[in-house]
Structure formats: structure tokens, C-alpha cells
Ligand binder design. Structure first.
Ligand code: FE2
Length: 195
């Protein structure tokens, strides 16, 4: 299969990514119910990380659903939302070599992602001393995470990568962090209007 190269659509990417909390099973994160909206009634509870992982894995196995949409942007990661439901959303993202998210959270959303093509690298803090963990995330690998998860996802490979990401509830904000000697320091926050 071939990827359609295009640079005319360099949209700002929400972020991407995810991973398993090294300190525990992310699927064990309890799903707390959202507040009821008086206009529409109770909102559906968020999907669990394990369910989101299933969502991205199943979609990755059906490239006919998304491969024709993939673009590559030299400006920054390219992305497009494939699914927008009340309780979750799914994004398609492409990564050229060197493109990365920087450390970020997901505004309290649970999430999962899988690498459909290529390979990524994920950085997070964990372990007994909250040291820096670096994971290879090759094609076919899925990562899932709870609402507090912070990570940095990057393409350090020599070729492009294509990934699928699911979030529940849909992303409402994302904070960015710098990794400094004392740990992660929150530096900025963005909302849906910026993606
Ligand atoms: Fe992420």
C-alpha cells in the first residue's frame, strides 16, 4: 500500500497517544460517571482503557476504513478524526521521522492507541523512582492508559508511522509539560479550538 504524500493540510495535532501505566494495570482505572446534563439527561459513562484498546485494534485490522485518508505533513503530525461519538472519539494520525508530541496529558480522558504502520517510541515517568521509561511501540502494539497519564510519543524511526487513537470522553483539553531535573513541569494547555 502507498501513502499519499501531501503537505497542504498541516493541521495542528491534538496529540496522540498512550501507554500502559507501568505502576499498574491501566484497565483497572475506575470509570467515574460524568455529570448529568439537564438538557439531554445523564451522559453515557466513559469507555474503559481496555475497551478503547479494543476499538483501535479492531480498526487497525480494517485499513480499508482509513488507509485512503492518510496524509503526511512535513509541518507537524497530520491527523484526522474518524469517529466522534458522545462517549468517545477516534483519531488517525501520521508521523514523519522526528515528529513528536512532547509530554502531555489528555485532560482527564482515558485513551488507547495502536501503531498500524511503522514504529513509535513512548516516554513516560514510572517505576519505583519515577524514572524515565522509554518503550518501543512497533506496528501491531497497542497501549492503553487512564485519565492521569502523561507521556511523550515520538517517531524516532527512519520511516513514517500511522497510528489510531481513541479517547473517552472525547478530548476536552490537553496540557503540555517540560521534563526538568525535578520532574514534569506544566507549561501550557490547549483546547479543542486549537485542533
Ligand atoms: Fe497522548
Amino acid at each position: 500500500m502507498s501513502l499519499d504524500l501531501a503537505t497542504e493540510n498541516p493541521t495542528r495535532s491534538p496529540e496522540l497517544p498512550p501507554a500502559t501505566d507501568p505502576t499498574g494495570d491501566p484497565t483497572a482505572v475506575p470509570a467515574t460517571g460524568p455529570a448529568a446534563d439537564p438538557a439531554t439527561g445523564p451522559a453515557r459513562p466513559p469507555l474503559s482503557p481496555s475497551t478503547l484498546r479494543t476499538v483501535v485494534r479492531e480498526l487497525a485490522e480494517r485499513p480499508d476504513q482509513w488507509i485512503h485518508l492518510v496524509r503526511l505533513s512535513t509541518e507537524e503530525r497530520w491527523y484526522q478524526r474518524l469517529v466522534a461519538e458522545d462517549d468517545h472519539e477516534v483519531w488517525l494520525i501520521s508521523w514523519l521521522p522526528g515528529q513528536s508530541t512532547g509530554f502531555h496529558d489528555h485532560g482527564g480522558s482515558r485513551g488507547a492507541f495502536t501503531v498500524a504502520l511503522g514504529e513509535l517510541e513512548e516516554l513516560s515517568l514510572g517505576g519505583p523512582d519515577q524514572g524515565l521509561l522509554i518503550r518501543r511501540v512497533p506496528a501491531g502494539t497497542a497501549r492503553a492508559f487512564g485519565p492521569e497519564y502523561v507521556h511523550d510519543v515520538r517517531n524516532t524511526a527512519s520511516g513514517p508511522a500511522v497510528t489510531l487513537h481513541a479517547y473517552s470522553p472525547p478530548l476536552s483539553s490537553m496540557a503540555h509539560y517540560d521534563l526538568r531535573a525535578g520532574g514534569l513541569v506544566r507549561t501550557s494547555e490547549e483546547g479543542p479550538e486549537q485542533w
